[in-house]
Design a protein around this ligand. Structure first.
Ligand code: GMH
Ligand code: CA
Length: 160
């Protein structure tokens, strides 16, 4: 291979090193913008982002709003995700509704996609389906869950 091959390699090396610098700059900028956009209403847990807009409404209204925004009502799958939602409950001093309900079959709580829940954090003696009308799930400031009537108004928390 001749000179033209070597200079081609050197050109590519310069291009790679330019791109490495641009990538580092983009990463540090993105890291700052993430902090800005998460403050104070968002929480990042792994790949998931939880966010409230401060809106309050019944279950159907919250579900529709999250979906409209390209997300879905918060559906914690582990303790870390539940803790992030709890922090938002405490910040706003308002209970939230999760994307979980037993509307289809009493006593069988499912996500909005119809799958059975894999994680729960029920308060002692919950769910009790009080008065026979509690199919939705609210989160207390303790992070514990209570089944509650879907018609009640609660704080929105979406996940993206
Ligand atoms: C009943 C009692 C309470 C419980 C509520 C709650 C309503 O009033 O069992 O102790 O806190 O129900 O489950 O959703
Ligand atoms: Ca209850």
């Amino acid at each position: 291979r001749g000179d033209s091959g070597l200079s081609e390699i050197n050109l590519l090396k310069r291009q790679v090193s330019t791109l490495e610098g641009q990538l580092r700059a983009l990463q540090s900028s993105f890291s700052k913008y993430k902090k800005v956009i998460m403050f104070p209403n968002g929480r990042i847990v792994g790949e998931k982002i939880f966010m409230t807009s401060g809106y309050e409404g019944n279950f159907d209204s919250l579900k529709q709003r999250c979906s409209q925004a390209g997300g879905q009502l918060a559906s914690p799958q582990n303790a870390a995700e539940n803790a992030a939602i709890q922090q938002i409950v405490v910040l706003y001093n308002k209970l939230v509704f999760l994307g979980i309900n037993d509307i289809q079959t009493e006593g069988r709580f499912k996500y909005l996609n119809g799958e059975n829940i894999v994680y729960s954090n029920w308060q002692t003696r919950e769910p009790n389906n009080d008065k026979g009308i509690e199919d939705c799930v609210e989160v207390y400031s303790s992070g514990k869950w209570n089944d509650k009537s879907c018609g009640e108004k609660r704080l929105i928390v979406c996940e993206f």
